[in-house]
Structures are given as structure tokens and as C-alpha cells.
Design a protein around this ligand. Structure first.
Ligand code: ZN
Ligand code: ZN
Length: 419
């Protein structure tokens, strides 16, 4: 029986990995330029970390986690997101003792048991960036600037930055109560899920996709009108620093983010490319998360980008596949050994060169060079070799020239570099 990949777990094949590498390399370059360092966290953690960190009344913890019992009877979970693990690592290794401010980023796969659909997998990939230990609104704007800069560098255009403030543990409970009061009054107009959410997680009603729910909550109270003095000042500063950073933004009072732990600044980036509106990524401040995980008061802010989504939004046209720069078509035993020596030299110098391994005819070697989309083909026959010459063919222009074998590697390298 043929063994296939598990549903929701997919292979990323060589003709796609160029795009992935480009996105990952761009993230590393941009983030490190902003003073961030990479952290690598384990794939498996104690289940408790996520139930405490993400919150029991969330879809992730309620239904989407890959949880299992190991041979010692511990309940373990494949990480469904990165922030909780990064917080755990920061506390466990007392990274704050060196410097309270830690700027960290992470790239890797996450696991959620969701219904697989086009572009949505159970093993998916995220790019995460987090700043721990700084509550200053300056860092909120700095992180957002870094995010927008990264998205533009990978080719996204027509982006809109939306921001909101979700308040803190002093002012949000009051808002929650007001929202609950409002929702209870109109509960008959809400879907079943939303009716349940009134008591478990009322803010999540804003994320409901049901049209009648959206209509019913059109006049719901806005969190921004319930902010305490500190939160209002913080949000004012975030807007001021975004202005200094040269970023335009729109206020979206209905953006509440799915997770319980967000406080104060919340943001999302929306793309209007291709004529439709797509949420690209989002994030926010979570000054209570450290309380939940480590009973300490440390502020944090971060964002997560779904890589599958990001890659699907990248413009077409940019070439990511790396084709051979040179194909050597050697004919005859003696020439083959010479070609083998050259190709090793080229590889050692980082030039992508291919050789025919089968000793086939010139015609079939040229066919292969064409299929592999090689830029140049070096044709080497026994007769030419004796005369100290070879033929170099440019596969784009179809022009070819005879070149001398002394210095052949230099000649080829110059051609390829100039191309
Ligand atoms: Zn507040
Ligand atoms: Zn609903």
C-alpha cells in the first residue's frame, strides 16, 4: 500500500521553497536590522502552558490542540502558537536579568486541528516577533514599523494599518459588563455561538462571520470609549509615535483580536491588492500574559504572520526558482573526465553547474539542458578538446562562440557574473 502524507500536513516542494527561503531570509534581515534576535523553541510543551497562556475559552484550546499523553503520563501539546513558549523561555532562562528588554523573533511550524481547506493546513508556519519587558508605547510603534517594512520588502502593496486599544485589566472589565448588557438585550438576534459567547468571551462576538450578528452589533459599545486614563494616554502616544515613524493608520474600534490575553494596543494589516480585502497579519500588546504563565508583571507586545497566507498574497512575476547557470555537455570518455574536474571547481566556487551523468548523445544532453532551463551550455567534444577549444552557447540568445580551454573557468565565471 502506498503511504501518503496525513490530511492537513503538506509537503513544500523544491519549486516552491525558493519563495519560502526569500520570505524567511527577508524576515531575518529586516528583524535583525531592528535589533531582534532569533529564538528557537521546542515543538512540544506541557498542555498547561497553552491552556493558561491562550485561555481556556478559546477555540484553540477548546478544540484545536494536538494534545496527547506521553509514556510517563504527562499531558503534552504540539505548539499551536509561539508567544506562550517564548514567554516561558524568557522566564525560565531569566533573560530579564541581563536586560529587561528582549526583542525576539521566531520562524517555524505550528499545529492546529482545524478543518483543512485550500491554503489552510494543520501544520502551518508562522513568523513571530515579540518585545518583552517594555511597556513604553514607543516600542508599539517601532514593532509596527518593522512589520510594515517587512511586508513591503516581500512585495506586498496597498496595505492598510488598522489599530485599536483594548484597555487593561482595570478598564476592560467595565467595558465587558457594558457589552454583556448590550448583547443580552439583543441576544435573540444572535447566532447560537454568539449567544454562548455572551457569557464566556463576549468580545469574540466582533469576530463572528454571520451577517445577522454583524448587523445586530452595529451599535454595540466601543472599547475605546471605556479606556482608563493610563490606557488613553498610552494609545495617544502610540498614535503620536506612528506619526513620527511616518505611518498612516485607520482606527478600527471593532478589532478585538481573538485571544484573551491582549491588552491595550491591537493592530492588523489589511491588503487591498488584487481588488479584494485580505487580513495579512495582526498582533498586539499582552501585558497580562506573563501574569498567567509566570505570576510576574512584565509587559509584552508582538505579532504573528501566517506564512502560507503571506506567500499567497505575494505578487506573481518574481522568479524564485534557481536554475543551473551552466550545463556541460561532454561527448566521449576523455572529455567527460575533464568536464568532471571543471564542474567540481565551479561548484566549489558557488556556481550552479550541471553535467550529464549518462553519457548520452549531444541532442539528448541539449534537451536536458533546455528542460533544466540552464543559462549557458558548454559543449565539449574530443576533437575540440584536442584543439584546446570548446563551444559556449547562450541558451537565451541562442548565440554561441568558441572559447579557449586555458582559463575556461575564468571565462565562464565572468560571463555568468556579467549576465
Ligand atoms: Zn486601562
Ligand atoms: Zn454570531
Amino acid at each position: 500500500m502506498e503511504i501518503k502524507a496525513i490530511r492537513g500536513f503538506n509537503d513544500i516542494l523544491p519549486d516552491e521553497t525558493g519563495k519560502w527561503q526569500f520570505v524567511e531570509n527577508t524576515a531575518r534581515e529586516v528583524f535583525e536590522g531592528f535589533g531582534f534576535s532569533e529564538i528557537r523553541i521546542p515543538i512540544v510543551e506541557r498542555t498547561e502552558l497553552f491552556s493558561r497562556g491562550i485561555g481556556e475559552a478559546t477555540d484553540i484550546v477548546e478544540k484545536e490542540m494536538y494534545t496527547f499523553t506521553d509514556k510517563s503520563g504527562n499531558s503534552l501539546t504540539l505548539r499551536p502558537e509561539a508567544t506562550a513558549s517564548m514567554v516561558r523561555a524568557y522566564l525560565e532562562h531569566q533573560m530579564y536579568s541581563f536586560d529587561p528588554a528582549a526583542k525576539l523573533y521566531f520562524i517555524g511550524p505550528m499545529f492546529r486541528y482545524e478543518r483543512p481547506q485550500k491554503g489552510r493546513y494543520r501544520q502551518f508556519h508562522q513568523i513571530d516577533a515579540e518585545v518583552f519587558g517594555v511597556g513604553n508605547p514607543m516600542v508599539d510603534a517601532e514593532l509596527i514599523l518593522m512589520l510594515i517594512h517587512f511586508l513591503k520588502k516581500v512585495g506586498l502593496e496597498q496595505l492598510e494599518l488598522q489599530i485599536n486599544s483594548l484597555g487593561c485589566r482595570d478598564c476592560r472589565p467595565r467595558y465587558r459588563e457594558e457589552l454583556k448588557k448590550f448583547l443580552t438585550k439583543i441576544s435573540f438576534r444572535l447566532c447560537e455561538d454568539c449567544q454562548r459567547r455572551i457569557n464566556t468571551n463576549p468580545l469574540r462576538i466582533f469576530d463572528c462571520k454571520v451577517k445577522t450578528c454583524q448587523e445586530a452589533i452595529a451599535d454595540a459599545p466601543k472599547v475605546i470609549d471605556y479606556l482608563c486614563e493610563d490606557c488613553r494616554r498610552h494609545f495617544g502616544k502610540v498614535k503620536e509615535y506612528l506619526g513620527i515613524a511616518g505611518l498612516l493608520f485607520t482606527l478600527n474600534p471593532r478589532m478585538v483580536r481573538g485571544l484573551d490575553y491582549y491588552t491595550r494596543t491591537a493592530f492588523e494589516v489589511v491588503s487591498y491588492q488584487l481588488g479584494s480585502q485580505n487580513a495579512v497579519t495582526g498582533g498586539g500588546r499582552y501585558d497580562n500574559l506573563f501574569q498567567e504563565i509566570g505570576s510576574v508583571d512584565i509587559p509584552g507586545i508582538g505579532f504573528a504572520i501566517g506564512m502560507e497566507r503571506l506567500i499567497s498574497l505575494m505578487p506573481e512575476g518574481k522568479e524564485f526558482i534557481r536554475y543551473p547557470q551552466l550545463f556541460i555537455a561532454a561527448l566521449g570518455e576523455g572529455t567527460f573526465k575533464e568536464a568532471y574536474r571543471w564542474i567540481n571547481q565551479l561548484h566549489l566556487q558557488g556556481i550552479r553547474a550541471e553535467l550529464d551523468y549518462e553519457g548520452k548523445s549531444l541532442k539528448s544532453q541539449m534537451r536536458r539542458a533546455d528542460k533544466l532551463k540552464a543559462r549557458y551550455v558548454l559543449i565539449l567534444g574530443e576533437e575540440e578538446l584536442k584543439r584546446g577549444r570548446a563551444v559556449l552557447r547562450n541558451m537565451n540568445t541562442k548565440s554561441q562562440e568558441e572559447i579557449l580551454i586555458d582559463n575556461i573557468l575564468e571565462i565562464i565565471k565572468n560571463k555568468i557574473v556579467l549576465d
